[in-house]
Design a binder for this molecule. Structure first.
Ligand code: FE2
Length: 365
């Protein structure tokens, strides 16, 4: 019998109680205690299990056939990379990924579908979330943990008399991702509409991964420049000084699209030799023009009670200008907060292990 695994791989993953704590399931054996040049020999095999001994040392391990078979498969796609996503243009979306808040709370299948939409499409809308202050935090807590920042646990998006951020004016805001000046960035943003404007203030979404995949096809040179050039961003006010530098298109170790950052308002000039800076700006111009194409922009209007959940590493959000004067509907008022994809992915994986959505039970994402 020949095992398709190196001896060191098998030895490091021995499931016996000396090598793995039976209570926590966590590993005890250390790589540095495993000798170089280890040899594994199969001493017994049944349909369920394989028994192996190692030389030197004579340690004995029993592996289940099912476990070995599962690990012969190609690795699961990184749930954060383009490989686990359904890239979209607005024309592809026959209906918005959405769910009713009451159904989402009552039914694990609805919740799993909604969270799966955030993973695959990069966003989902919950409808009918009570339009009361602070509910955006309750929504985040259904799948993860609120990421508190210098803006607070939650932030109010409405017109302010002396705004620290253009978000707190009635101006149009072009498609962007939030907080590229943080490292790590908040990977999820929630926006809950309490009151909308009589006119304007519509929301726009752009699939940044779909756009980046298009750029890779149409202008490989610009794509390569953007994925290899760290670009600094900054936010500053009287109490805060945040700065981070990362490529506008971030790739996984496998070279796959894994995150985008795009925010003209907070971008700093990159400090590069003139020729490199010139190439970086040329690529940035191409990328910005692509992201600004109207056919990539999904427009929707958040009604009071709608809560948008967005993957902030992938989907850019925008809003149209709106009228700031009081009207019969009152002034536009949204509340937002940040959370993270790891918590959402964990919640979704637990729901899947419990069999949701039905028919896909047990498959970890
Ligand atoms: Fe934003």
């Amino acid at each position: 019998v020949r095992l398709g695994f190196p001896a060191v791989w098998l030895r490091h993953n021995c499931p016996c109680p000396d090598c793995r704590d039976p209570v926590t399931g966590q590993r005890l054996v250390e790589i540095t205690t495993i000798p170089n040049g280890l040899v594994a020999s199969v001493v017994a095999e049944t349909p369920d299990a394989v028994e192996v001994t190692f030389a030197p040392g004579g340690h004995r391990s029993v592996f289940s056939q099912a476990w070995l078979m599962a690990h012969e498969q190609e690795e699961d796609p990184d749930p954060r990379s383009e490989d686990a996503k359904q890239l979209w243009q607005p024309a592809d979306l026959t209906e918005l990924p959405s769910a009713n808040w009451a159904d989402y709370l009552a039914d694990d299948a609805v919740r799993a579908r909604c969270l799966d939409a955030v993973v695959r499409h990069g966003f989902a809308v919950l409808r009918g979330v009570p339009a009361t202050s602070g509910m955006v935090l309750a929504v985040a807590e259904t799948f993860g943990y609120v990421r508190e920042t210098n803006y607070g646990r939650l932030f109010d998006v409405r017109v302010e008399p002396s705004p620290s951020n253009l978000a707190f004016t009635s101006r149009e805001i072009a498609p962007h991702t939030d907080n590229p000046y943080r490292d790590p960035v908040p990977t999820i943003q929630l926006l809950h509409c309490l009151r909308n404007a009589a006119a304007g203030g519509d929301t726009g979404l752009v699939d940044g991964f779909a756009a980046a995949a298009t750029l890779r096809l149409t202008d490989r040179k610009s794509f390569d420049v953007l994925s290899a050039t760290p670009w600094p961003f900054r936010y500053s006010d009287s109490e805060t000084e945040l700065q981070a530098s990362q490529p506008l298109i971030g790739l996984s170790p496998r070279g796959r699209i894994r995150e985008v950052r795009f925010n003209n308002r907070s971008m700093l000039p990159p400090r590069l030799p003139a020729a490199e800076a010139d190439a970086a700006y040329a690529a940035y111009r191409v990328w910005a023009a692509l992201l600004g194409q109207p056919e990539l922009l999904l427009s929707l209007r958040l009604e009071p009670g709608d809560c948008l959940i967005v993957d902030n590493t992938r989907v850019l959000h925008a809003r149209t200008a709106f009228s700031a004067e009081s009207s019969s509907t009152g002034e536009r008022h949204l509340q937002g907060c940040y959370a993270d994809l790891d918590g959402l992915l964990s919640t979704l994986a637990v729901l899947r292990l419990a069999g949701w959505p039905a028919g896909k039970g047990g498959s970890r994402p």
